[in-house]
Design a protein around this ligand. Structure first.
Ligand SMILES: CC(C)(COP(=O)(O)OP(=O)(O)OC[C@H]1O[C@@H](n2cnc3c(N)ncnc32)[C@H](O)[C@@H]1OP(=O)(O)O)[C@@H](O)C(=O)NCCC(=O)NCCS
Length: 240
């Protein structure tokens, strides 16, 4: 089996990338995906329409953001997308003056407020330290049919080569299944965040979201410039 890392074709690839992403994050199930895309407890018609909206949104975000570098890993024999990722290459402070992301893919009620609070919670530790030029791995996923065949490794190698060429650090927010892979690859864990949105006045939509998205944990990981971290010598970004 040949699994090859390729640049995406933004005109056609996002529906297949999104299907692959959803299958990957469903095994094991991770509540985080529901924050970005409503999929749970939908009729088949509503799920199809949510998928179409999600793919169009990914395409729009990519087209409107010059820092965005999407990749896919393709099974050459079948043409299937086996995995993918979105790297960002930031040449300045990406958080300076940036507006919080509005979760407009949810109606303007408690469900949107819940998703926005979750997004803000996940990004908070990174927003404290990733304030200089760096690479950010926004998402990475391997379809369950293609696990343990080096798909993730090809994607990481692309990013680390790029970071070394540009002399930049890498930041990412790892999921529990991803965390051990980064630690094994020499990245350093800077923070552990449990995302559990809360409000004093939940409406029905908020409560439904809270049921669909139980508290979940993410880990802020960091790779220093050059990739070699030495305990006691390398200066770690420090969180408040
Ligand atoms: C995490 C994930 C991307 C790994 O993808 P993958 O393509 O299977 O990983 P690779 O085959 O490139 O594995 C790289 C190394 O990690 C090891 N590895 C992979 N999955 C592992 C696991 N579940 N447990 C232990 N080691 C694992 C591999 O053995 C390999 O090490 P080796 O080179 O010494 O053999 C995949 O499991 C996934 O999509 N998970 C769900 C989505 C997700 O959480 N994504 C966000 C990650 S931050």
């Amino acid at each position: 089996m040949t699994l090859q890392l390729q640049e995406i074709d933004p005109a056609v690839d996002f529906p297949a990338l999104l299907r692959c992403l959803l299958a990957a994050y469903a095994s094991p199930p991770q509540p985080l995906t529901e924050v970005f895309l409503p999929m749970r407890r939908l009729t088949p018609e509503a799920a199809a329409s949510s998928l179409a909206e999600g793919a169009a949104r990914l395409a729009l975000w990519h087209a409107s953001d010059p820092t965005s570098h999407w990749q896919k890993v393709v099974d050459i024999e079948t043409g299937r997308v086996s995995g993918g990722a979105c790297w960002h290459i930031y040449d300045g402070d990406t958080f300076a003056g940036a507006d919080a992301l509005e979760a407009v893919w949810y109606p303007d009620d408690g469900s949107r407020r819940f998703a926005e609070q979750a997004l803000e919670s996940m990004a908070r530790p990174r927003s404290q330290v990733a304030r200089r030029p760096h690479l950010y791995l926004n998402n990475v996923f391997t379809h369950p049919d293609y696990r343990r065949r080096g798909v993730w490794q090809q994607i990481m190698d692309w990013g680390t080569r790029k970071a070394d060429k540009l002399g930049l650090e890498i930041f990412l927010d790892a999921t529990p299944p991803g965390r051990p892979l980064y630690l094994a690859n020499g990245l350093v864990e800077l923070a552990e965040t449990v995302t559990a949105p809360a409000t004093d006045s939940p409406d029905e939509a908020w409560m439904e979201m809270a049921e669909k998205v139980p508290p979940f944990t993410s880990f802020l990981m960091w790779r220093p410039v050059g990739g070699k971290y030495e305990e006691g010598r390398t200066i770690k970004p420090s969180l408040a």
